[in-house]
Ligand binder design. Structure first.
Ligand code: GLC
Length: 413
């Protein structure tokens, strides 16, 4: 597929999945791309950021509209929900309806997702040069990243915690099995475990401190924290340009603290990879998954860590270097399931968003051939199987939702 054909395909999906209107519940105009019309008809936080980045290659005004719509869901305390149910009538029995209502409003979920928004705003600002867009975004971003720090880092070590697996965007990853007490390894088993957590949180709704202290599910997740640090670097650059040097200093300092905490608390020298910390007691979760590689997205990750990750894990055919890399779980893991997951996702197949992150990261760390190979293989998956949610890491078979929004990130690779 040449560039034009790829762009045509991506444009078709982004246009088809585009939802526009005025919400009857808050009178606000919305304009965003939903991940997939069939499975995911609402606005998801990190999907929207990916959509905006892909849209930069097709329609820059729509890229701005996407992020403006997302930011319009920010609450006064800074929190940004992982789903905004703009058109709730689309699927009134949606699973996440259980966790709606941080502010008592059923149109928001009360959980977060990997905080990539400052990076997305920076990309849109760089591409468009639109200062008004940046200036309107800055207060929302500052509030959100401060909310994360003040609310989600109770031990003040620079690492924020997620309170349920969907907050990390890698829902059913095997790294959560033990903490969830999963007995039945299936999507049904996962949903049952998730419901239990939601129910236990119900009486604590709105009380973030107690929720975190309750220690029901408390993960200092490596993927989330890598993206948190990346986002804070973007925010610091945007603030510096705006002329707020104190703000820039604040977020650069925090990004450095998060990186340092990843190195000192999550790195496992013997394994040569990063592990999440589970519970208030911060037990390392000794399961390697795609998130164990994610600190590569930090351009200040020291060289020895980069080399261990690349040599021992990324390029190893036993682990992540499958014919269509990079699988969400290394092929060597006993729980690796490369094929159709029946909704039990993030347990083997390759995803375009993590390939997008890691191809850019590897290029930045001086591995252009590896980056090119990941891009070429991702492209091949799309050529063979269309824009799907995820792909079989041995055959490139397309799996999960069809016409899936963030696979258009290929345009940015
Ligand atoms: C699944 C994914 C999550 C994504 C959502 C919408 O829940 O795990 O990362 O944001 O679908 O695409």
């Amino acid at each position: 597929m040449d560039r034009t054909a790829l762009e045509d395909g991506a444009r078709k999906i982004l246009l088809t999945n585009l939802r526009q209107g005025v919400a009857d519940w808050n009178g606000q105009e919305y304009s965003f791309v939903c991940p997939s019309l069939t499975g995911y008809p609402f606005q998801w936080f990190w999907d929207s950021c990916f959509h905006a980045i892909a849209l930069l290659h097709l329609d820059q005004d729509q890229a701005k509209a996407e992020l403006r719509t997302l930011m319009s869901g920010a609450l006064p305390n800074g929190f940004m929900p992982h789903i905004i149910f703009w058109e709730m009538e689309k699927q009134p029995d949606f699973l996440n309806r259980n966790i709606v209502g941080q502010a008592g409003d059923p149109h928001y979920s009360s959980t977060m997702q990997p905080p990539i928004i400052a990076y997305a705003v920076e990309r849109v600002h760089r591409a468009t040069g639109d200062k008004a867009f940046r200036d309107a975004a800055l207060p929302v971003l500052v509030n959100f990243y401060r909310w994360l720090r003040n609310t989600r880092d109770p031990d003040n070590d620079g690492l924020i915690a997620v309170i349920q697996p969907e907050e990390a965007g890698t829902d059913c990853s095997p790294k959560y099995d033990e903490a969830l007490g999963l007995t039945e390894l299936s999507n049904q088993g996962f949903i049952a475990a998730l419901r239990k957590i939601y129910e236990a949180y119900e009486p604590l709704r709105g009380d973030d401190q107690t929720i975190l202290a309750a220690d029901l599910f408390h993960f200092e997740d490596v993927l989330v924290n890598s993206i948190y640090a990346l986002g804070m670097r973007s925010l610091a650059r945007l603030l510096a340009e705006y002329g707020d040097s104190a703000g820039a200093e604040e977020f650069n300092r925090e990004a450095g603290r998060t990186r340092d905490a990843l190195l000192t608390k999550c790195w496992d020298e013997e394994t040569g990879a990063f592990f999440d910390l589970s519970g208030v007691a911060e037990e390392p979760v000794r399961v390697v998954t795609i998130s164990s590689l994610m600190p590569l997205i930090l351009d200040d990750l020291p060289r020895p860590y980069v080399e261990r990750l690349v040599n021992d894990w990324v390029t190893s055919p036993d682990h992540f270097w499958t014919p269509y890399p990079l699988p969400s779980v290394p092929a060597s893991d006993s729980k690796f399931r490369p094929g159709n997951s029946g909704g039990f996702i993030w347990r083997g197949p390759s995803w375009v968003n993590t390939n997008w992150f890691l191809s850019h990261a590897l290029r930045g760390h001086g591995y252009p051939e590896l980056a090119d190979e990941i891009v070429a293989k991702s492209h091949e998956c799309i050529e063979k199987s269309g824009f799907r949610e995820y792909y079989h890491p041995y055959t490139a078979e397309g799996l999960g939702a069809r016409d899936f929004g963030w696979s258009t990130l290929i345009l940015d690779m």
